[in-house]
Design a protein around this ligand. Structure first.
Ligand SMILES: Cc1cc2nc3c(=O)[nH]c(=O)nc-3n(C[C@H](O)[C@H](O)[C@H](O)COP(=O)(O)OP(=O)(O)OC[C@H]3O[C@@H](n4cnc5c(N)ncnc54)[C@H](O)[C@@H]3O)c2cc1C
Length: 372
């Protein structure tokens, strides 16, 4: 089949931050683009477990509307379970993911993307140099595939790509606790988010958090999956910390959900015109678990790589150039952080050294300037 007979140039699975940005950039560059999303998008869509914290630079970059911000913060308060505390200054906001993801998918839609919600991928296969895609509602053909369907990517599972190693997966538990603005102000402060650490008696490799939204406290816990013995009792231990218990006194459980965060690259992130972006590729900060901005950037870089390779007639270089472009923009730092993570979480002494440095420096500076 000629390329011009295909339904789409670029076919994207997943309308999270990675998929929507890839879609927007692809459509802006003249590619006939489709995004499929298995859930309903927007307020009535499925809840997505996430701390929802994003830095102010990203808010400005995408011109995120004030009325969609759940809460603004000025600092991240650091708690070690043996009593040490610290504070890291830094402006940001917390958002609900259904609102944020809808904002991004609207941007894609406005750029000319065909967006199909409530339409999960069922099957995908390569056939004579192009892809055949089956969903619950239709059959499509496309030249390029963007796997933006998250940590458990169905796309990459069907295509037989290798999964993450256990050391590169964090199991998280999230509880959304409904409370009042007044309670948040009194217990957590009006403009702070909180993180909790402790290797020996708390979380071997990971941390827990209280990220307030407008009238909800997002209570989260994450530990490297092969080190989890009993997630429920380990989460309970977090809830029973005096500071946390006190913060949650006047709150009511709304949602309870487990989810995975990949904290190291997938064994491969490109093959045969298929690009893994965001969580599907493990493109996440391995120390903090921050993934929203990296999903967005990797989506953009995947499309820019296609465009440049087509222009220079170098389609055989798509894979090497995708990783090279990611490295140049930010992935080199994430790779170094993945190595540093093992050093930071070696024992409480190294963890505390990191936390005290983190009060003054960005984690990328600590790692790249070898301040540890
Ligand atoms: C508990 C927790 C807290 C976090 N907190 C933060 C935080 O505070 N700040 C931050 O920056 N990052 C945070 N992250 C990480 C962040 O959520 C991810 O890195 C980010 O969502 C990755 O975006 P994505 O587009 O790659 O994937 P996702 O956001 O996971 O989007 C994937 C999309 O694909 C869709 N999909 C899946 N399967 C199919 C299918 N078969 N067919 C069609 N569609 C499909 C899904 O419905 C989903 O909408 C957190 C993660 C967790 C689990």
């Amino acid at each position: 089949m000629e390329d011009s007979n295909l339904d789409f140039d670029v076919f994207i699975i997943g309308a999270g931050p990675g998929g929507s940005i890839a879609g927007r950039v692809a459509a802006e560059n003249g590619y006939k683009t489709c995004i499929i999303e298995k859930e309903v998008i927007g307020d009535k869509g499925r809840y997505k477990a996430c701390g929802g914290a994003i830095g102010w630079e990203l808010v400005e970059e995408i011109d995120y509307p004030e009325d969609k911000i759940s809460r603004s913060f000025e600092s991240l308060e650091l708690h070690h379970v043996d009593g040490d505390t610290g504070s890291k200054k830094g402006k940001g906001i917390t958002i609900w993911r259904n609102v944020f993801d809808k904002f991004l998918s609207d941007m894609a839609l406005n750029s000319g993307v065909t967006l199909k919600e409530n339409e999960p991928l069922i099957h995908i296969e390569k056939n004579n140099g192009f892809y055949r895609i089956n969903t619950n509602k239709g059959k499509y053909t496309a030249k390029y595939i963007i796997a933006a369907d998250g940590a458990t990517s169905t796309t990459l599972k069907i295509l037989g790509w290798p999964y993450f190693t256990k050391e590169n997966i964090v199991l998280t538990i999230t509880k959304e606790m409904k409370t009042s603005k007044e309670n948040i102000k009194n217990k957590l402060g009006d403009d702070a988010i909180h993180a909790f650490f402790g290797i020996e008696s708390f979380i071997p490799i990971g941390y827990a958090w209280l990220f307030p939204k407008a009238e909800t406290i997002t209570v989260g816990w994450g530990n490297q999956i092969n080190l989890v013995k009993n997630s429920r009792s380990e989460f309970k231990k977090f809830e029973n910390l005096p500071f946390v218990k006190n913060s949650l006194i006047d709150s009511k459980l709304n949602i309870y959900k487990a989810h995975l965060i990949p904290v190291g690259l997938r064994p491969k992130i490109y093959e045969n015109n298929v690009f893994a972006v965001g969580d599907a590729g493990g493109i996440v900060d391995p120390i903090s678990g921050k993934g929203i901005p990296y999903a967005m950037m990797s989506g953009q870089i995947a499309i820019e790589t296609i465009k440049n390779c087509e222009k220079r007639d170098k389609l055989d270089k798509l894979g090497t150039l995708y990783e090279k472009n990611l490295d140049r923009r930010f992935l080199r730092v994430l790779k170094a952080k993945r190595i540093a993570r093992d050093q930071i979480f070696k024992n409480d002494e190294s963890l505390k050294r990191f936390l005290s440095l983190w009060e003054k420096y960005r984690s990328s500076e600590i790692v790249m300037k070898r301040l540890l």
